[in-house]
Design a protein around this ligand. Structure first.
Ligand code: UDP
Length: 465
């Protein structure tokens, strides 16, 4: 590890695993390059700082004293909230407290080199950083292809692609090939204008930043990165996949459940297991849950399925499964509430990943050469699925609207048999490309060197401006 005494980077993640995880991985990359890191974290979804002992954590409060009882961000109020409404509430609730917390970070012994904020926090974070003369970079936790689609929202609205009309789902978006209208990164919401506002603020906030850090790699998204770069006109640093940097870090402590999962995987044949997980935010209906369960059983492949508590709407966990279902499965299937996904995907027993195509899951699967079954649920997941299936050709689609037990059985069987389509081979090739990009003279390593120089150049910039 390099020593870079007295240089601190402040990071402001969005408080969801799909955003927090890559921010923490990026923090690890900066730490490895000798920087000190402070994580400014919302009091909502507070992480456990003891899991990240290298970093300083500061909690940004959202309540004034005595306001707890009316807390709009309490678990009970937010658990069933529309994601768009929740993001709007987070942005509103933390704008001013963040500004104050950031201002309190400067003036100490160490130089604050820059702020790195999640792109979704938008322009407010730029204003807060400017006020104290600190440069701001943006972390985009999604891929470049989906960002191109987000950046095109005004055009998509002008041309009538948005809002999406059910009668036009299969039409190609000629301005954004290979996307069809049904692949556009929207989310079911009661407040579509609010969604456009959040997307617009993210894109405009990125345009006025001092640079964008991407968790992607050149050999995966070269064209999309070029396209985005020409539209945004700010420095780009595509240094991903983040989680494959710093392989020398000590292994994380494992829980009892982690050991049980590894033991179970160890007993399965090589590449025989379907690992199913739909990320940290998506939720499904009970009928869908039962179709998935029967489809997996009928495919006669061992499965490991992450069912988060309340993932199935209206239920706590697995209680909607028919009586005796779990007992009948025996060792052929395992339900868990959460796994260490990186470890599971790296296990030789895993043959396919049935995923909602969140960007982290997509990259993590590619980095282990595991082909995917793609069931996107919302926003960028639709774009990622189209790229997985049509561009990189490392997965098969299983549309949510067509998720019945027969179709599930068919798709699971074909991906596991691979029908000579070469999904796994192609995925392993992409994994190799990721390794090349991360190697000493690879594009991600070079970009990281440039990023470090860029961040260090902020010192003089901050005090000159
Ligand atoms: N994840 C995990 N264990 C699980 C499910 C998810 O560690 O049981 C991690 C996964 O490795 C990924 C993140 O949670 O890093 C989910 O991010 P993604 O972008 O795939 O989806 P999101 O949760 O944002 O929809």
């Amino acid at each position: 590890m390099e020593e870079r005494k007295g240089k601190r980077i402040i990071m402001f993640p969005l408080p969801f695993p799909g955003h927090f995880n890559p921010m923490i991985q990026l923090a690890g990359i900066f730490h490895h390059r000798g920087f000190s890191v402070t994580i400014l974290h919302t009091s909502f979804n507070l992480p456990d700082p003891s899991l990240h002992p290298h970093f300083t954590f500061r909690t940004i409060p959202h309540n004034k004293e005595g306001e707890e009882e009316e807390d709009p961000l309490s678990k009970s109020k937010t658990s069933s909230m529309d994601l768009v409404a929740l993001i709007r509430l987070l942005k509103q609730s933390y704008a001013e407290p963040f500004r104050q917390s950031l201002a309190a970070e400067v003036g100490g012994e160490e130089t604050v080199c820059c702020l790195v904020s999640d792109a979704i926090w938008g322009k407010n974070t730029e204003v807060a950083a400017e006020e104290i003369g600190v440069g701001r970079m943006v972390l985009r936790t999604g891929g470049a292809a989906s960002f191109c689609a987000f950046a095109a929202f005004p055009l998509l609205k002008d041309k009538g692609y948005l809002p999406i009309q059910d009668s036009r789902l299969e039409e190609l978006v000629t301005e954004l090939p290979p996307l069809k209208i049904k692949d556009l990164p929207v989310i079911e919401t009661n407040e579509p204008e609010e969604l456009y506002g959040i997307v617009n603020d993210m894109v405009e906030g990125a345009k006025i930043s001092s640079g964008i850090i991407w968790n992607t790699f050149e050999d995966l998204e070269r064209l999309s990165l070029m396209d985005c770069s020409s539209k945004l006109q700010v420095p780009f640093f595509h240094i991903g996949p983040f989680h494959k940097h710093n392989d020398d870090l000590p292994p994380k402590t494992k829980s009892k459940e982690d050991y049980e999962i590894t033991d179970w995987l160890n007993k399965q044949d090589s590449q025989s297991v379907v690992y199913a997980s739909f990320g940290s935010l998506a939720a499904i209906e009970e009928t869908e849950f039962l179709e998935i369960a029967w489809g997996l059983i009928n495919s006669e492949r061992p499965f490991l399925w992450v069912v988060r508590p309340r993932f199935v709407r209206g239920t706590e966990w697995l209680e909607s499964l028919p009586c005796g279902f779990i007992e009948n499965i025996g060792h052929k299937g395992k339900f868990v509430k959460w796994v260490n996904q990186l470890e599971v995907l790296a296990h030789p027993a895993v043959g396919a990943f049935w995923t909602h195509c969140g960007w982290n899951s997509t990259l993590e699967s590619i980095c282990e050469g595991v082909p995917m079954i793609c069931t996107p649920c919302f926003t960028d997941q639709h774009v990622n699925a189209r790229y997985i299936v049509d561009v990189w050709q490392v997965g098969m689609v299983l549309e949510r609207s067509n998720m019945n037990r027969k179709e599930i059985e068919k798709v699971v069987r074909s991906v596991m048999m691979d029908k000579g389509d070469g999904l796994r081979e192609r995925c392993l090739k992409l994994k190799e490309r990721a390794d090349v990009c991360l190697s000493k003279d690879g594009s991600s390593s070079k970009c990281l060197d440039e990023l470090v120089s860029h961040v260090l150049s902020f010192d003089s910039y901050a005090f000159a401006s």
